[in-house]
Structure formats: structure tokens, C-alpha cells
Design a protein around this ligand. Sequence first.
Ligand SMILES: [Zn+2]
Length: 117
Amino acid sequence: MLSEMGRSYGRMIAKEVMSMAPDPEIVLKVLEGLASAAGWGQVDVRGDLRKGEVIEVFIRNCAFCSDGEQSQESRCHFIAGVTAGVAGEAFNAEFKASEHECMRKGGSRCVIALERE
Ligand SMILES: [Zn+2]
């Protein structure tokens, strides 16, 4: 599963960052930079990054979904998995990622909501 791969990748990144800066807010900001550097799109993490109760990840020009094709299947599972993994590690909890909006489904961007499980 792509999302499972993403999740362990996200946890790995977060562990690395947490060892240098044990602050969830910083970890999630690093994720934004990393995602852009990796060419996944312009990632913007919003929400209460101190407590991590409600987190939303906005992706503009999502590399996985902005190919112009429309379908019922979104392609941002990988990013969703990565963000869930990063948040999980940062807040020491399990997060469920769900796509609220997706460019493949006609959205203007992809929006992934992270909720504690
Ligand atoms: Zn998408």
C-alpha cells in the first residue's frame, strides 16, 4: 500500500527532525519544506500545531493529482500517508488521513485532514 509506505517514511523523517528539534510545530514546518523540495507540490500545514488535535494539509499543484485527469480515485495517498506518519511521530499518536478535496476529483487543490485515531 502506497499510504503505508508513506506512513513509515513520514515517521522516519519526523524521528530524525525530532532528535534535533523536539517540537511538533517545527517538525510539521520541516515537512512543508521537504514536500516542496521533493517536488510533491506546495504544501501548507494548518491547524493547531501545538496540540495536534485538528490538522489540515493543503497541497497546491499536487504532483500526484494535477495531471489534468479527472477520476474518482485520488492519487495523493502517498502524501496523505507521509503526513499521517509525521504527525503520528510528532504527537506520539496514531492519525487517520482522509482526503477532503482532491484535484483529480475536480478540486482546485488537494486537502488532507488528519484526525487522531
Ligand atoms: Zn489528490
